[in-house]
Design a protein around this ligand. Structure first.
Ligand SMILES: [Ca+2]
Length: 468
């Protein structure tokens, strides 16, 4: 072989490498995917909260792309996780992200809750829940006693406080979402601590091969269990409750009320216990953050920061008495807005104001890793946008109530919600971020409403959803 031929081979080989890695700053080969459960964006300091202490997520945020307006599509664990893992607005058509990566040579592993698991039932029994086993090379469950953890137990809507292990509200019981436990232990018995330890072990074992490590932490999902040191930072007496006004007087139609409210549940009778709910939620957020810190320290220690993308998100947010509402399955901002933090080696940290959807994670990661995007993927990669190309990103985020009972569209300025029965809500999110004034009847907003209504119809059509 003469020199020219050799050179041509080398050059064409170099071009092939270049094109297959074109989308990969620093040749990123690994993904550490961490998902929290029922974590609303607004309680994190990196999203503006002044009370909750999340130093590890704040540090990650300072090194990452932080999406200020990221929204979930499903409004509870099952639908949201199915949606984001398949990049489908509804349902599970096509191949999910980890299985797709596995088929393309990645080691994929689940630690804890990635697809739907019932918390606390599946955690107490250490079982898979509604896992999709074909997604993974390996999978690990992190068992925990949940409500049955020794310590100061409270069932806050029943105003019960006891150390007794008898008669605790647990799996399938109707007051389980109001349970907190100030654990007597050091936390090592808790599922998220076990998940962090397993993740650290896997990082060490798999550091030299392309990996997709998915770690699902179950806090701050109820029961809010954490060691005492985490509760000490949030004395309930000092908690200010959200502005409480009757949802009907705020103009929120009945279709927009969640299953549990201050008016239909005894939690409404105990304002001090509502404060304790906040205290317990904050404590478990900080406890969860501590586990993330342990995992991220190991990523640093192993020198994986140069070739590993780190994605942190939550499946959906949570109501803690805002509008008198509790829990999830609701189209208001506290539920639809989620944290989304993407550490991408080679991309400078910045904050993104444009709207993003959780379905966008899948195509962004396939692009980042240089793997083809399956045809069934409905989300849009945010990578071209992050690289400052002039391409459009998103004008709106779509969220879906179960059973097609309602949809919402979130733009940079407005939240528009439309229910199956014709009721609707409109909020100016820049002037009224807490959604206290429903503008739907305001004649000044007639044009905005018809524009958003058209946008919603377009989005539903694009997402192959029947327009109700
Ligand atoms: Ca959840």
């Amino acid at each position: 072989m003469n020199f020219t031929v050799k050179l041509l081979i080398i050059i064409s080989f170099a071009f092939a490498i270049e094109s297959s890695y074109a989308a990969q700053p620093n040749k990123i080969k690994n993904v550490l995917f961490i998902i929290a459960d029922d974590l609303k964006a607004s309680v994190l300091a990196c999203y503006g909260d002044k009370i909750c202490q999340t130093p590890n997520l704040d540090k990650l945020a300072s090194q990452s792309i932080v999406f200020d307006r990221a929204y979930c599509q499903g409004l509870s664990c099952g639908p949201s996780r199915t949606s984001l893992m398949h990049s489908r607005y509804l349902g599970s058509e096509g191949i999910n992200l980890p299985e797709h990566l596995k088929n393309n040579g990645w080691y994929t592993v689940r630690v804890g809750k990635i697809y739907h698991m019932r918390v606390p039932y599946d955690i107490i029994h250490g079982i898979d829940g509604q896992d999709i086993p074909s997604s993974w090379t390996e999978k690990f469950n992190s068992k925990g006693a949940e409500s049955h953890t020794p310590g100061d137990y409270a069932c806050l809507n029943k105003n019960i406080f006891t150390k007794s292990l008898k008669n605790r509200e647990s799996s399938g019981m109707k007051n389980r979402m109001f349970v907190s436990v100030i654990s007597e232990g050091d936390g090592s018995d808790q599922p998220d601590v076990k998940s962090a330890e397993k993740t650290i072990e896997l990082l060490n074992q798999r550091k030299n091969e392309p990996f997709f490590i998915a770690t699902g932490l179950v806090r701050p999902h109820y029961p809010n269990v954490a060691p005492k040191e985490f509760f000490q930072n949030y004395p309930w007496e000092k908690i200010d409750l959200p502005e409480l006004r009757n949802p009907t007087s705020l103009g929120i139609p009945a279709a927009g009320h969640p299953r549990i409210t201050n008016s239909n549940n005894s939690i409404g009778k105990y304002p001090d216990n509502q404060k304790r709910m906040w205290s317990a939620y904050y404590a478990t957020v900080e406890f969860m953050d501590r586990q993330i810190g342990r995992i991220l320290d190991e990523v640093d220690r192993l020198g994986l920061k140069s070739n590993t993308a780190i994605i942190f998100l939550s499946d959906h947010g949570y109501h803690l008495g805002e509008h008198g509402f509790w829990q999830k399955n609701n189209l208001h901002e506290e539920v639809t807005r989620v944290p989304l933090i993407a550490y991408i080696p080679g991309l400078a940290p910045r904050r993104i104001n444009e709207v993003t959807e959780l379905v966008d994670i899948y195509p962004s990661l396939t692009e980042l890793l240089g793997v083809y995007k399956p045809k069934t993927v409905q989300g849009k990669s945010f990578l071209p946008f992050l690289k400052n190309k002039t391409e459009d990103f998103r004008n709106s985020a779509l969220s879906l109530m179960p059973g097609k009972k309602g949809y919402s569209i979130r733009t940079e300025d407005f939240s528009y919600i439309r229910y199956q029965n014709g009721a609707a809500e409109l909020y100016n999110m820049n002037k009224d971020p807490k959604q206290l004034v429903n503008l739907i009847q305001n004649p000044e907003h007639k044009q905005t409403i018809s524009k958003l209504d058209r946008e919603l119809n377009t989005r539903l059509k694009e997402a192959d959803l029947v327009n109700n």
